[in-house]
Design a protein around this ligand. Sequence first.
Ligand code: FAD
Length: 380
Amino acid sequence: MSGLVVVGAGPVGLTAGLAALSRGTPVTVLEAEPPTRVRPGSRAIFVHQASLRTFERLRPGLGRQLAADGLVWSTRRTLWAGRQVYARTYGRRPAADLPPFTSLPQTLLEERLRRAYEEAGGRIVWNTPVTGVDPGPDGVRVRTADGGGTDASHVVAADGARSAVRRSLGIPLAGTTSGSDFVVVDVADAAHPLPPERVFHYRHPGVGGRNVLLVPFRGGWRVDLQCADEEEAADFAGDPDGWLADVLPGHEVTWVSRYRFHQRVAERLVDGRHRVLLAGEAAHLFPPFGARGMNSGIADAVAAVDAVADGDVGRYDRERRAAAWQNCRAAGAACAHLLARGRRDRLRQRGAALLAPFWEPAGRWLDSAPFGPPLRKVRY
Ligand SMILES: Cc1cc2nc3c(=O)[nH]c(=O)nc-3n(C[C@H](O)[C@H](O)[C@H](O)COP(=O)(O)OP(=O)(O)OC[C@H]3O[C@@H](n4cnc5c(N)ncnc54)[C@H](O)[C@@H]3O)c2cc1C
């Protein structure tokens, strides 16, 4: 095999596959799991406009289809101790434009990407865990768990946070992990659904003054509860019905998980011979606030395929590593805001909450700070 091999059929690997096909580059995706797998939970629900545009460009109609599949809300609310202090409703947009985002479960996004990739003639080899790669001067040998392997000109490793490819290259992740834990709960739409609005609660009285984010997506709601530590998160995750009734009454729990805030980037995004390119969570881990993880992985995938086609893999390492660190810093700012560990940070938040009902900038700051600096200031 002399073409491109993509490891992993997650959102990033499938985007790399679509990008390769759109350039006429022969490509094969190797996936560890079977085609019948069930991926749990909503996970990355927020697809930015830039990603929709990418999909539309790679496969005309796909961005629009995803936009229509998802949910687009126009109101954001911020509450402090149960009382609304800020709300913003955006005007209608021209129907011909792609929306600023769409909110849909990652499973649905993956299903659509997979279908688009296969319809475009792409091939996925399922049940094929990759155990490592051996880059050489003329190509790269991809080793698989069955003891065999395949040869490729280049590899895009999109095999997720525990990337076997990254480990086989001995590339460590630099960065930090915060000590705070989040519980994430998916709930199904109730018989009488609430209006689809993004709501951020500072110090929700129903959960002992913890911060809670509510985000609607097509078919349900995603609830993120901020906890002090692992133990507390385990308690809340163990009994979601016990507290959810106070946060989102009348909804049925469909998935519960926990996560930590990681701000980590691989020390190099390419191997020494410029044959293997790490993309998505194989290359970096960000906190989910700000929806940078998957969206930046989609940008990685396209940049990786472009860099291979242009014969400038070094550019990929420079540009996407810089983008990953920018995302880390932005996510770090969001993380520091949410944790509000210092007295000054807490006073600032409280002051903004007092001012917000009367002074729009305070409300806007309180509303947007948990998501980090605006994306127009951060390349993702
Ligand atoms: C609880 C939770 C909540 C999240 N919330 C958000 C959020 O709100 N916003 C956000 O942006 N992101 C969120 N994420 C992260 C988001 O899910 C990831 O950014 C996204 O899945 C990354 O895509 P990926 O393709 O890089 O990796 P993955 O989705 O992990 O896909 C990797 C693929 O590679 C395959 N694979 C793994 N190892 C091998 C191997 N050795 N050989 C072959 N194939 C292999 C896997 O089976 C999988 O198909 C969340 C994640 C979790 C777990």
